[in-house]
Design a protein around this ligand. Structure first.
Ligand SMILES: [Zn+2]
Ligand SMILES: [Zn+2]
Length: 1013
């Protein structure tokens, strides 16, 4: 990518640097090529030649083609995961199944308290009074209760889909955005006669849109009302309660509405967003969150009594209260922590069991004791079981794609009814299995098809017959347990067919992966080392491999064709063919040097290989345990001592070691926005610590701002003391403006913090400053001189100002320490270069980015350059996990964007959080750019090594991807793979951006004097 960026500006191309990198990858025509003979050729020409020439007869590709191919290959790798693991499990074309017996209820009221944790609802207050007195009384006197276990991702949309449609939404839906429906699906609402719903515009429309016909009505407030800041979020809930009441009042004067409300199979859905909003803004242990629960409790009480009087206490109304997901102690959700996946479920009214007194219950957790509910039967369900429960209460068909099992314990009905309902449930799940199987059968060659044995056609008939007979003989319990077995088998079979192609697709992707990495390694060996002394001009290309590979490709394509596979399968299965073809061709070129390889000292090579493997393993481990980074950084601290570097540069070594150790502290700190998971026993200490921590946070930010200011004053002094006269007036102006904006940011952070604390909202003045700082920070470094340290420092100042505004605590200090280390790194690399006697030491102080391309010929790769690239990857990963920022993008901590906006807006918030993650990356990338130019290596060669390292890591994670175990395990393993994959692409982008930031210069006023040296 680096070279590509340079090529976009042909004026600076007529330099050795660009030329070497260009010719190096055009490989074949090295000796007799046009480039070497006419070094002064116009850039555009060489660009053109590179595009056209190399792809013609010669062997390897040109840079743009290589980059394009690399991007394409990685894109396929990335997309394949979504296709292999995240394809939609839904099938269509099933017949609806309904219990033949009359249902107990005529209507159902569903309350979903968004973001309500199970323990927050069930726990008693410190004075032994319940948090929600009305609901507590219900579960003690006339309802059933339990915990509903949700799956990951614990987000509102998947949660509601599981509740109302009965299936767990796959991640493909999440990837396609939560507001629209990626796939059509059936729901309890759709099956109902009428559904009226009140609540958030993010949730309701999704069930109205999917419904056939005009029978699902929604009443939403505006999106702007979801203010995370000063406003009172309980208003979102009172809005819903008030509107339900006035809706029923108005029906008394509206005859059509009145009769519709009195129909059977009616659903009323109240979506209560206040608790979620308050939880995000104030955390679940806050007064606001708890107060909101009390408000909801009161609201539910009022609605119930209103409905009972409206329907004249006919005893035909069933009520269910639950939530879509929980919330962590730090006010976020999305992941799989118990605080997020455990949600309350309380059901009462028509058809629902009364409380069952028990003497002892067996649960692994301690909740019953904590909540003082030991004597009331707790009935846990999976979130998707609630949909069949609702369907059976009002007697509508189970939603077609539901994978839930009817929780019979909740039903207050005859055994016959229970058995019939369970039978219907089994039929409905089996129906999906059958459709899925026939789909797979159709697209697989008959001799390759291996059916799901436990549920063959005859087995299915057996099961159903037996169950029917049991019901006829009134052996209801046997019928129920048989149906449960059938449901489990059908679900197993569903996932069997859903993952049918996984192994074979995975293998072909792995094959491409190995091929691609091998190819890149070959390119490095061929073009950037002196292993090949003379390129053999083998004009007699044998066409054997070409025909061979074409033949293999055709056979694969033929097989896919007769199986009528989707087009993506062609991409995955055919990709290895051209990649391995390229590898085979390259292999022929380096055949000779391969023989030479054995002349290297074996011991040394093996040791080096071992260190390489260890290093990559370390990086892989750091994805699971952040503290691994600490170990790595401590090893880095000792690096100059091990390699004897410290003898020649004692002072630099000392600073290096110090900064390494300092940076090693950050991975040990808790993830930003999260307090460590201390056991509940020391809850009080935790709360005390949290208070302390919250106070400390602001201090950290202010300290970071002040330190930056202090350092910039010092460096200004040292810059002006140094021999090259410090810049013109304009440069000084820019510098002072940057210092000023740091000071301003520090002020904005603390003033916003105080104003939000006093519930005064975000001052407009602060907001304006924040956005101005953000906008100016990308342009300002471009105005400063391109001298190495001055430019890097200017970049730091600008990014620091933005980062301060986006930080919430100690992480404000992170970029400061990181960039300190980066500056020393540049010097250390200089020393290392000298240590190995590779080049003369250019003066770093007068080094200029803009003329970096003018220095002498770039040298060949050395083994030490692999270490150099490894350092880069390691620092990038450190930037990634140093403060655990990536986690706060996932689990969304809105506190970090409070200086910019407080109204909920997912795109702007996401963008700002992304920016926060990118800033440390940019710092590392800019430093690496400096390392490249000062150590006289073409960015291309170093970058290729980086590519290999990250690709090996990605392959590692590809093998670690699981298709078994808990949903959480699967999700984590896949997200690791996606992270590493995007890391490669991301680093390419960062590299380009870093080059722009370091080399380009904008002139405020046209000056004739260009530079001061
Ligand atoms: Zn939610
Ligand atoms: Zn939420």
């Amino acid at each position: 990518m680096g070279a590509c960026c340079r090529m976009a500006f042909p004026s600076c191309l007529c330099s050795v640097r660009a030329l070497t990198t260009t010719t190096l990858l055009c490989s074949r025509p090295v000796e007799g090529s046009v480039f070497m003979e006419t070094p002064a050729c116009p850039g555009l020409l060489s660009l053109l030649q590179c595009w056209v020439l190399p792809c013609w007869p010669p062997v390897t590709m040109g840079i743009p083609v290589f980059i394009l191919a690399g991007l394409l290959v990685h894109f396929v790798f990335l997309a394949s995961i979504f296709d292999i693991y995240f394809s939609s499990p839904l099938v269509h074309g099933m017949t609806p199944q309904q219990t033949p017996l009359p249902p107990p209820a005529k209507r159902l009221v569903l309350f979903v308290a968004d973001g309500l944790r199970a323990d927050s609802l069930f726990e008693l207050n410190s004075n032994n009074t319940p948090q929600a007195p009305y609901l507590r009384a219900i579960l003690e006197n006339n309802g059933s209760w339990g915990i509903s276990h949700t799956r990951v991702p614990t987000e509102s949309r998947p949660g509601h889909v599981a509740l109302i449609a009965g299936f767990y939404e796959d991640v493909s839906a999440v990837a396609k955005g939560w507001k629209e429906n990626p796939v059509e699906f059936d729901s309890v609402f759709n099956e109902s006669k009428y559904t009226w719903s009140w609540g958030s515009p993010d949730i309701l429309p999704m069930f109205a849109k999917g419904a056939t016909g005009d029978h699902v009505y929604t009443f939403c407030y505006t999106a702007e009302s979801e203010d995370f800041g000063a406003q009172d979020a309980t208003k979102l809930d009172t809005w819903v309660f008030d509107h339900v009441k006035s809706f029923f009042n108005s029906s008394r004067s509206n005859q059509t509405l009145f009769s519709a409300l009195n129909e059977e199979k009616v659903v009323l859905f109240l979506h209560l967003l206040g608790i979620d909003t308050n939880g995000h803004a104030h955390r679940p242990y806050s007064k606001e969150y708890k107060e909101n629960i009390r408000k909801v409790d009161e609201g539910v009480k009022e609605i119930v009594s209103m409905l009972e009087s409206f329907y004249g206490n006919d005893g035909k109304t069933a009520y269910i209260l639950t939530s879509d997901h929980g919330m962590t102690d730090w006010g976020s959700h999305g992941a799989g922590h118990p605080s997020e996946t455990l949600t309350p479920l309380i059901a009462w009214g028509a058809g629902v069991n009364y409380p069952q007194k028990v003497t002892s219950q067996l649960f692994e957790d301690n909740f019953l004791k904590e909540w003082k509910l030991e004597n009331l039967k707790r009935m846990d369900v999976n979130q998707a079981d609630i949909a069949p429960l609702m369907a059976s209460l009002i007697g509508v068909p189970f939603p077609l794609n539901s994978v839930g099992t009817l929780p019979l314990e909740y039903l207050n009905n005859s055994n016959h009814f229970k058995a019939e309902s369970m039978f219907t449930n089994a039929l409905q799940v089996l129906e999906q299995f059958k459709v899925k199987m026939s789909q797979k059968k159709r697209t697989t060659l008959s001799f390759l098809f291996t059916p799901f044995k436990p549920l063959s056609d005859s087995e299915q008939i057996n099961f159903l017959k037996k169950a029917r007979v049991y019901i006829q003989q009134q052996k209801y319990n046997e019928a129920v347990s048989l149906c449960k077995t059938l449901i489990n088998l059908a679900l197993e079979g569903l996932s069997y067919y859903h993952t049918y192609d996984r192994l074979f697709l995975g293998l072909s992707i792995a094959l491409s992966f190995v091929g691609w990495t091998t190819y890149v390694i070959l390119v490095i060996i061929k073009t950037h080392t002196n292993l090949i002394k003379a390129t053999r001009n083998n004009n007699k290309e044998s066409t054997g491999p070409l025909y061979g590979f074409t033949f293999v490709g055709m056979i694969i394509a033929f097989f896919l064709l007769i199986q009528t596979s989707p087009w993506t399968y062609y991409v995955y299965c055919l990709l290895p063919v051209p990649i391995w073809y390229a590898v085979v061709r390259e292999l022929r070129v380096i055949q000779d040097p391969a023989a030479n390889l054995w002349s290297f000292p074996i011991g040394q090579s093996l040791g080096f290989l071992l260190i390489c493997i260890l290093g990559i393993e370390l990086l892989v481990f750091s994805f699971f345990y952040r503290s691994t980074l600490t170990v790595g950084l401590l090893v880095f601290a000792g690096w100059p001592v091990i390699t004897q570097l410290w003898i020649q540069a004692k002072r630099t070594t000392l600073i290096w070691t110090l900064l390494c150790v300092l940076l090693a502290v950050f991975p040990l700190m808790p993830v930003v926005g999260r307090e460590p998971n201390i056991p509940l026993v020391i809850l009080k200490i935790r709360r005390w610590w949290k208070k302390r921590y919250n106070k400390m946070k602001l201090k950290c930010q202010v300290a970071a701002g002040l330190t930056t200011l202090l350092i910039s004053c010092f460096s200004l002094a040292s810059f002006s003391r140094s021999k090259n006269k410090y810049q013109s007036k304009e440069d000084l102006k820019v510098y002072f403006y940057q210092m000023f904006s740091i000071a301003l940011s520090t002020y904005v952070v603390s003033s916003t913090h105080n104003s939000l604390k006093n519930k005064q909202g975000l001052p407009v003045f602060n907001q304006i400053i924040s956005w101005t700082t953000l906008a100016s920070s990308s342009a300002l470094p471009l105005l400063s001189p391109t001298l190495l340290f001055q430019r890097l420092f200017s970049i730091l100042l600008s990014l620091m100002a933005t980062y301060l505004l986006l930080s919430t605590g100690y992480e404000a200090l992170f970029p400061l320490v990181l960039s300190g280390l980066m500056l020393v790194w540049i010097q250390m690399e200089q020393e290392a270069l000298q240590h190995y006697g590779l080049s003369l030491k250019p003066k770093l102080a007068v080094f200029n980015f803009a003329y970096a391309t003018d220095i002498t010929q770039f040298r060949q790769l050395h083994l030490d350059d692999i270490r150099r690239s490894f350092f880069f990857v390691f620092f990038i990963v450190t930037a990634f996990f140093g403060t655990g920022n990536i986690a706060s993008v996932n689990s969304f901590d809105p506190a970090s964007v409070y200086c910019f906006l407080t109204v909920f807006s997912p795109f702007i918030m996401g963008g700002l959080l992304l920016l926060k993650v990118v800033i440390p990356f940019l710092l590392v990338s800019c430093a690496f750019e400096a390392v490249q130019v000062t150590t006289q290596l073409s960015s291309k060669s170093l970058f290729l090594i980086v590519l290999v390292i990250s690709d090996i890591m990605a392959l590692h994670f590809f093998f670690l991807v699981k298709d078994y175990g808990s949903w959480l395990d699967i999700g984590t393993s896949i997200s690791h793979y996606v992270l590493v994959m995007s890391l490669t692409i991301f680093m390419m982008l960062m590299n380009g951006l870093a080059q722009l930031l370091t080399t380009k210069r904008l002139e405020l006023s046209r000056r004739t004097k260009h530079h001061s040296t």
